[in-house]
Design a binder for this molecule. Structure first.
Ligand code: SF4
Length: 171
């Protein structure tokens, strides 16, 4: 399940995408992720959510037939991962298992905006979108109760990340 980390791996940072495109100009980022998962030992079925007909078509191409990853392609993925991780501030997949927050903090939305900002570098856009979140649901509303941390499958220290984002927004 979640081979694209809730869709997050379909849109990588430009440098990570460029590495994958150079290695295989015909493949989408999603195709790389699906082939990675489907090539793992003992994986018989890959479940991927699709919202557009283009996603269905792309996934059908990827699995008709499946081409298991070669060693060279694994090395390419490793290089793309290094590039991608340089930009990703919080490894949130927007699965929403951390919700609801008793203080009404919009956890996945805030992390989504922040990661988009770190990948694009567009602070103006981040600031504008962040301001659209009601003030009592922003990162600063966190009361550090720890409930979300227990439910986060990515083991993110959510209150700590929220404090950092709040401080950065204020600056
Ligand atoms: S630690 Fe903060 S964000 Fe997490 S559930 Fe508690 S109040 Fe909400």
């Amino acid at each position: 399940m979640e081979p694209l980390r809730g869709g997050a791996l379909a849109t990588l940072s430009p440098d990570a995408s460029a590495i994958l495109k150079k290695a295989d100009p015909q493949s989408s980022n999603a195709a790389w992720a699906l082939r990675y998962v489907a090539s793992l030992p003992n994986v018989l079925c890959v479940l991927s959510g699709m919202t557009l007909p283009e996603h269905v078509e792309d996934n059908l191409r990827t699995f008709s037939p499946l081409r298991p990853l070669t060693d060279a392609e694994r090395k390419t993925l490793d290089q793309a991962l290094v590039a991608y991780r340089k930009h990703l501030a919080v490894p949130c997949t927007a699965c929403r298992y951390s919700m609801p927050c008793p203080a009404d903090v919009e956890i996945p939305k805030i992390f989504g905006l922040y990661n988009q900002y770190k990948i694009s570098g567009n602070k103006w856009l981040f600031s504008n979108n962040y301001k659209a979140i009601p003030e009592d649901s922003r990162a600063s509303a966190c009361v550090d109760c720890g409930r979300c941390v227990k439910h986060c499958p990515q083991k993110i220290n959510i209150p700590l990340e929220l404090r950092k984002i709040s401080a950065e927004f204020k600056s």
